[in-house]
Design a protein around this ligand. Sequence first.
Ligand code: PBG
Length: 326
Amino acid sequence: MPFPHHRPRRLRSTPAVRRLVAETSLQPRHLVLPMFVADGIDEPREIPSMPGVVQHTRESLRRAAADAVTAGVGGLMLFGVPRDEDKDHVGSTGVDPGGILNTALRDLSKDLGTDTVLMADTCLDEFTDHGHCGVLDERGRVDNDVTNAQYVKLAVAQAESGAHVVGPSGMMDGQVAAIRDGLDAAGHTDVIILAYAAKFSSAFYGPFRDAVGSSLQGDRRTYQQDSGNAREALREIELDLAEGADIIMVKPAMAYLDVVRAAADISPVPVAAYQVSGEYAMISAAAANGWIDGRAAALESLTSIRRAGADIVLTYWAADVAGWLT
Ligand code: PBG
């Protein structure tokens, strides 16, 4: 034994010692549950590629949201799934106070008040017939500034429907500044902006596109980042901070833990990471085959995202984890 004094295993000898020296904690309050609410359905609808996750009806959403809040999750992130016939070129249903997302926000705001942090996805892709996150110009390209004007309307409608947090996820340049100005001008100075600051163009969003019935053809590579670019991610984060982001987010999580770490090292505001649909689907599928222990793998993955520096983690396991940890 060359170094008899160095025996790190001493600190692993009992559960109590391990608990005493644990560097990273994972608690329900760190976790945000993304939820889907669909228009025109009578029963919750299973999402085959995300076992255990459903498209909710308004009523089933209210029950599941209340349960998640009782279980102790830190917040809820809501996505709306309109009927196909309500999709159009500019995503009008997202802005419409009577659209499914805004209606559901009012339901949850009435039920839950300030008992939780109510967040909304501030993006057009669920509501456009072409499935892009923005408004297209005559040549079919996503028009940055026209899209930002639409995001402002979306954010104000969500704030007016009771969202405490708006989550611009479309990766338009200047979206945070535009939304901040628009919210302030409408009197919503207290509404928080959770900026999807470094969002990568990722194959791991596949199951989400099933979940929202996305109409997208092609890809989002002219607005979402290439997976190899970490320096560019920091530039995106710095711009969003300068524009007034209250919380910044990196997405996906597991394939981008270096970016989460780099963000945590420089950010003066809380850092979130989104464990996306494909991350959930992979672990769930392996567990369903008996190839890994699903619960242990989920907890390990979430602990790793916290260890990398995320203060907040969006995960489809949020409510389950809250149950497992108590
Ligand atoms: C865009 C949005 C997406 C996700 C969250 N917000 C999809 C995309 O960019 O294609 C993906 C979330 C997930 O995969 O779990 N509104």
